[in-house]
Design a protein around this ligand. Structure first.
Ligand SMILES: N[C@H](CCC[C@H](N)C(=O)O)C(=O)O
Length: 283
């Protein structure tokens, strides 16, 4: 199958047009696991399928490196927008992308050669609280949830950006033990569909340090929906203004809350296009 690797701030996926894998639809989870494997496959944070949509200009399906399918992917939306425009799957610089978590409006900014390096996406309304995600904890928990285990007590704000997020405001995001704490929250029994876990530290009212443990992929260099969730949580808590530069491991994202919609602007980069031979589940 023909594949394209793209990244956004180092959050990288293997992009495949659905027509390339139409006969494999029952095997997408295993294909995502194999293609994401850096030793036996291509190596990525997951796989994203691009195909036609009945409700938008193009459709995106997101599979994490563990094969689980996610409702949304902010960095993926920007790379799909780049791909759709450059491959002429859409007719102009503004168009819509369907995901499992909703339809999102994208705008690309092509350079003089028609190449897209930066994209803005309207990531939809701010959605806060345990009612916006799959949650099986005490109903009394509202926007803030306190996770307690033998060796951990952590408060976080629950946000949905189509996919679920637990945003913890910590002393020093850049030096948080994400690899230890992240999976404890991701797999906590209160989150039956698991959850993405962000660790953030405001360094001013318009700048945020950010680290992430992603559901189904672990530590990634960047998480677009996570950055959106974090700014929404920070504005809600009165810690951030409505325009914020988020400093992720892989670089910066500009997030703006305007008319209670979340806008995300950032890069989208092409790495390579090629052919991947998959030997199937029994390969
Ligand atoms: N791990 C996420 C999907 C990828 C989101 C992230 N890479 C982004 O840029 O938003 C989830 O299971 O909801």
């Amino acid at each position: 199958m023909r594949v394209t690797k793209m990244h956004a701030l180092g959050n990288n996926y293997i992009y495949v047009e659905e027509q390339e894998v139409a006969d494999l639809h029952e095997q997408f989870a295993q294909l995502a696991i194999d293609i994401s494997d850096v030793r036996k496959g291509i190596g990525s944070d997951g796989m994203i399928l691009i195909g036609p949509s009945n409700v938008a200009n193009v459709r995106m399906r997101v599979f994490n490196a563990d094969g689980s399918e996610a409702e949304n992917c902010g960095n993926g939306l920007r790379c799909v927008a780049k791909y759709a425009y450059e491959q002429k799957l859409v007719s102009g610089p503004s168009f819509s992308i369907e995901t499992k978590g909703g339809v999102f409006a994208a705008e690309v900014y092509p350079n003089s050669e028609g190449a897209v390096e930066r994209v803005t996406v309207n990531m939809g309304p701010v959605r806060l609280g345990t009612k916006t995600i799959p949650f099986s904890g005490p109903s009394a928990e509202g926007e803030e949830v306190q996770i307690q285990t033998d060796d951990l007590v952590l408060r976080g704000t629950v946000v949905s950006v189509g996919n679920p997020h637990f945003v913890a405001f910590v002393e020093d995001a850049k030096n948080t033990d994400v690899a230890t704490v992240g999976p404890v929250v991701e797999h906590h029994p209160w989150f039956p569909e698991r959850i993405n876990v962000e660790f953030v530290t405001p360094i001013s009212r318009s700048e945020l340090d950010f680290r992430v443990w992603e559901r189904g992929s672990g530590i990634t260099y960047a998480c677009g929906t996570g950055a959106c969730a974090s700014v929404a949580a920070g504005v809600h808590k009165g810690l951030l203004d409505e325009t914020v530069r988020v400093h992720l491991l892989g670089g910066d994202l500009d997030i703006e809350i305007r008319d209670s919609q979340i806008w995300m602007t950032g890069e989208a980069k092409h790495v390579f296009s090629g052919v991947y031979r998959w030997h199937g589940i029994h390969g």
